[in-house]
Design a protein around this ligand. Structure first.
Ligand code: ARG
Length: 461
């Protein structure tokens, strides 16, 4: 087996079944440009340590450059006999630099420290892409909040009408959650910015190579301080899988609301044609597939996270081949989010809300009962009693099939002497909204402050 990275101590080659099992090029080939970048940095520290002459270094870099060009153009791809990205690239290097020079590069490094490093490099690049895509979702929510600054929404708890809120307040609640996902990715990067290169198989290198020179060339803040930790830990991958799963869950909760809002019964929103789909049999259908796929993919990302954690839980230190299974879950999370998020920001940014319907529905279901109770408190009635009085009013309304504002002055007075006609000042959605003006509240003035703070935090990223 010509391209193999091992074989000396074996009398025969691997069984076909083992080779098939062992193979990872079908998913690790995407790391090839990172492996080549690592090889360049490694060649330079070999030179600094006196293990490659200046001329050899130059030849090595030229061969690696050529290899990278061929990898990127697709001219060089894994062969059936290549086990993994590292073996395949060493074969390509030797084809370009010759066995004498090409055979020198592997000194002082192991696939164990290589793969741990390349994975972090790949994740860091894609964390930046996903963060940008998530910020587009935040911006879409902000633009909708600004488009409908005064539209109300029936605020719900337990999915039942609770209190009127501003639509913009509700949309920004999703924006905060997604913004925190971005903040988590940024924070995660501090822990990911540490390079395992130079850890060797597990114990470090005897060749006087400088791991920090490699780390800085590859864009890391430093090299690891423990070679066992460098090669065996995957908490940085697991944390990435959690942050991306959390982001998918946040997007999923928002999407669940969109599917509900778009039903005939709710009729809160119309989806843009560009972000809805039809049915192959029912000509009238307009389906919220983007939102549904978001919900579906959240389940998938949770699976990626739990699968990875399950792979890690029983592993002794240091490297174990089980760790080869670390890549597909995080690659999958990346692939899914990168295709999902642009569609989600497009869908959210183009929703059209039916403001008249929202105005009509916001106060229904006795959503102003809390306002009545709090109005009574402002008149000096203890809250326990105010709660009872307002509840009595709701019961009378229910018995008569009317809403709170339909009660006559006499009916109010009959329910409680405290309920003077002045109570009507809080029996409007506008009055209710305006009154909730503390920080974080739903009053238009508070939401304007919230929006400014959200934009400030967005600007810090
Ligand atoms: N392909 C392996 C991985 O993805 C790296 C190779 C390490 N193999 C080994 N026998 N030490 O983790």
């Amino acid at each position: 087996n010509e391209g193999a990275l091992w074989g000396g101590r074996f009398a025969g080659g691997p069984a076909d079944a083992l080779a098939a099992l062992s193979k990872s090029t079908q998913f690790d080939w995407r790391l090839a440009p990172y492996d080549i970048a690592g090889s360049r940095a490694h060649a330079r520290v070999l030179h600094t340590a006196g293990l490659l002459t200046a001329e050899e270094l130059e030849g090595m870099i030229a061969a690696l450059d050529q290899l990278e060009t061929d990898v990127r153009s697709g001219a060089y791809v894994p062969a059936e006999s290549d086990e993994d990205v590292h073996g395949c690239l060493e074969r390509g290097l030797i084809e370009r630099a010759g066995p004498q020079l090409g055979g020198k590069l592997r000194a002082g490094r192991s696939r164990n420290d290589q793969i741990a490093t390349l994975g972090r490099m790949y994740l860091r690049d894609h964390a930046a892409i996903i963060a940008k895509d998530l910020l587009d979702v935040v911006r879409a929510l902000i633009s909708q909040a600004e488009r409908y600054p005064y539209a109300p929404l029936p605020g719900r708890t337990h999915l039942q009408h609770a209190q009127p809120i501003l639509l913009s307040h509700h949309l920004l609640a999703h924006a905060w959650a997604v913004l925190r996902d971005v903040q988590r990715l940024v924070d995660w990067d501090k822990r990911a910015a540490v390079s395992p290169y130079g850890s060797g198989a597990l114990a470090g290198s005897s060749l006087g190579l400088d791991p920090n020179a490699v780390a800085s060339e590859l864009g890391f803040d430093s090299a690891v301080f423990n070679s066992i930790d460098g090669t065996a830990s995957r908490d940085v991958y697991a944390e990435f899988a959690w942050v991306t799963a959390m982001a998918a869950v946040d997007i999923s909760r928002m999407s669940e609301e969109v599917t509900t809002w778009a039903t005939k019964e709710f009729s809160f929103v119309t989806l843009d044609d560009a972000f809805s789909t039809g049915s192959s049999i029912m000509p009238q259908k307009k389906n919220p597939d983007v939102a549904e796929l978001a919900r579906g993919k959240a389940g998938r990302l949770i699976g990626d996270l739990t699968g990875l954690l399950a792979t890690l839980k029983g592993l002794p230190l240091a490297y174990n081949r089980d760790l080869q299974e670390d890549k597909e879950p995080v690659f999958d999370a990346i692939d899914q989010l990168e295709v999902l998020l642009p569609a989600v920001s497009g869908m959210m940014g183009t929703l059209v809300f039916d403001q008249e319907r929202l105005v009509e529905l916001a106060p229904q279901g006795f959503a102003l009962a809390t306002d009545v109770a709090e109005w009574l408190v402002r008149q000096g009635v203890p809250f326990r009693e105010a709660h009872e009085i307002s509840g009595d009013a709701v019961r009378v309304c229910e018995e008569n099939g009317i809403e709170l504002w339909d009660l006559t002055d006499e009916q109010f007075a009959q329910i409680s002497a405290h309920l003077t006609p002045q109570v009507r000042e809080v029996l409007t959605v506008e009055g209710s909204l305006n009154s909730r003006n503390s920080q974080g509240g739903t009053a238009p003035s508070a939401v304007a402050q919230q929006l400014a703070e959200l934009k400030r935090q967005l600007g810090e990223l």
